[in-house]
Ligand binder design. Structure first.
Ligand code: ARG
Length: 248
């Protein structure tokens, strides 16, 4: 009998540790349509500032993970329904999103920018009129800004790149995207420029499930260590040629 109990106990323990191991690998969601934060590299893997940052954070925490690429507009919901454990996607910390998820401390400062065709008469947001059409990536803060603050018709795309291509083709009058991706997209597509004006003040954070406050704490500690050790600055220099101290 004792033997049986011992056997059952060890079987239970094995099962428990097995499920603990299985649950250990966290699933991190992103939308790899946002260079230089996340994009699909030549080898087909997800690369970029965010990909490197999350790898460094997970390394510090000692946590295995895998990346899952999905539509930006699905990320918050996928966290809520348990399909994802974390999201790193150049995601702006907002009060609206905080209703559904929690965020790490901010890791990047961002702003919205307007792109137009080279030589366009549109030089700033105030030149945008009701007869114009502006492209955005669906569900982004650029989408919200354009919808709430600009008179133009808003055209929503799955990928910011497709919006910029339509701008080049003349199907759109303008595009609104975060600053750093704007520069990347403009350079890659050509024939379009990024206007000077900064239209918002935003900060990116890593999103987690509401109940994962312990994970949030670990992520914040790791983030802090990466900043203090200079690893964050090295990463910044890898993707952005000039180190601006406020870009943290
Ligand atoms: N910062 C913006 C937002 O949070 C855009 C982020 C888009 N990110 C992406 N990986 N596509 O809404």
């Amino acid at each position: 009998m004792k033997k049986l109990i011992a056997l059952m106990l060890s079987a239970m323990l094995m099962l428990m540790s097995f499920s603990a191991v299985a649950a250990e690998k966290l699933v991190v969601g992103t939308n790899a349509e946002f260079p230089p934060f996340e994009y699909i590299g030549d080898d087909g893997t997800i690369q970029g500032f965010d990909a490197d940052l999350i790898a460094a954070i997970m390394g510090k925490i000692g946590q295995e993970f895998e990346m899952n690429n999905m539509e930006f507009g699905s990320l918050v919901f996928a966290l809520q329904n348990g399909q994802l454990d974390m999201v790193i996607a150049g995601m702006t910390i907002s009060e609206e999103r905080k209703q559904y998820v929690i965020f790490s401390d901010p890791y990047f400062e961002a702003t919205q920018k307007i792109l137009v065709q080279e030589g366009s008469a549109t030089k700033a947001a105030q030149d945008i009129t009701a007869d114009m059409t502006i492209g955005v990536q669906e569900g982004t803060t650029g989408d919200m800004y354009a919808t709430d603050n600009l008179p133009a018709k808003v055209e929503r795309y799955n990928k910011a790149l497709d919006a910029v291509l339509d701008l080049k083709n003349g199907r759109l009058d303008a595009v609104m995207v975060d600053a750093a991706p704007s520069e990347y997209l403009a350079k890659n597509v050509g024939g379009v420029v990024v206007l000077e004006e900064n239209l918002s003040e935003e900060q990116y954070g890593i999103a987690m499930k509401k109940e994962d406050t312990q994970l949030q704490e670990k992520v914040n500690v790791a983030l802090k260590e990466l900043v203090e050790s200079g690893e964050y600055d090295a990463l910044y220099a890898k993707y952005f040629s000039v180190i601006e101290s406020e870009a943290k």
